[in-house]
Design a protein around this ligand. Sequence first.
Ligand SMILES: NC(=O)c1ccc[n+]([C@@H]2O[C@H](COP(=O)([O-])OP(=O)(O)OC[C@H]3O[C@@H](n4cnc5c(N)ncnc54)[C@H](OP(=O)(O)O)[C@@H]3O)[C@@H](O)[C@H]2O)c1
Length: 276
Amino acid sequence: MKILITGAGGQLGRALQGALKSHTLMALEHAGLDITELSNVRRAVADHHPDVVINAAAYNNVDAAESDQENAYRLNALGPRNLALATAERGIIFLHVSTDYVFDGTSRHPYHEFHCPNPLSVYGCSKLAGEHAVAALNRRHYVIRTAWLYNDIGPNFPNRMLEQRDRPAVKVVSDQFGSPTYAPHLAEAIGKVIETGAYGTYHMAGRGGTSIYGWTRALFHLCNVDTALLPVATAEFPRPAIRPRYSVLTTLQDPKVLLPPWEEGLEEFARNRTNT
Ligand SMILES: NC(=O)c1ccc[n+]([C@@H]2O[C@H](COP(=O)([O-])OP(=O)(O)OC[C@H]3O[C@@H](n4cnc5c(N)ncnc54)[C@H](OP(=O)(O)O)[C@@H]3O)[C@@H](O)[C@H]2O)c1
């Protein structure tokens, strides 16, 4: 298949380029295509004639979005709207990536695809608006909700925590639960789902769930970090955006497109650090 990737320079964009090597790829970074400009999006889709477009571009700074609403909506809602429109006009399949932050976290059971979203933050609202635009404009769409995403390189939670390794102790939030997702595992699963033709919404995250504290404890154990971890409540770290307390994802979709357990992603991440 010919696959065009937007936001190709980000964590997922880079993982997709690795996982989808057997396809003909057109990987466009931000400088190559700004998805918020409809005319540019239409031109790129017309010039490249892909079979599938995958959007890995997003406004991901959850806290900054609270005071920068217009840009968050531009990138997370207008951008996917443009891509859905341009792909639908040419009968092209469109895969868009969304987030667990569309949920409010009041559930005590993992969220599946048909649970009612109720975002708490501007970021979550803007991503949900993007989902709605995609579903309304291109019938041949996949919306993939993922969570707590990280890759080997990049500004992400595990890498930030490992930068603390020389400190005697760090405080980590223990009352937020989610599904840590290793970007290469997500990219492989996306490679499988685009072959199915079973359009719709998918939850694709590291299987199982843990707290931020549990994630960090496993990370430090795998990377032989001695820094002590002090579990603390979210209230100790006030931030501009409210996060769901519990956003573990599960799926009612075909188990063939499930990701491995979150622990396996972290093991692979730790192995790659040791080998580099
Ligand atoms: N990261 C997470 O924890 C997380 C959690 C749940 C869901 N997700 C979702 O997963 C997807 C991938 O996230 P990620 O972590 O891979 O994101 P990322 O690393 O932040 O990458 C996003 C990419 O989008 C590009 N971009 C920014 N503005 C753009 C524009 N106007 N047009 C085209 N490209 C633009 C950025 O390029 P520049 O840097 O050059 O501007 C960057 O390369 C997103 O949909 C995100 O919402 C992420």
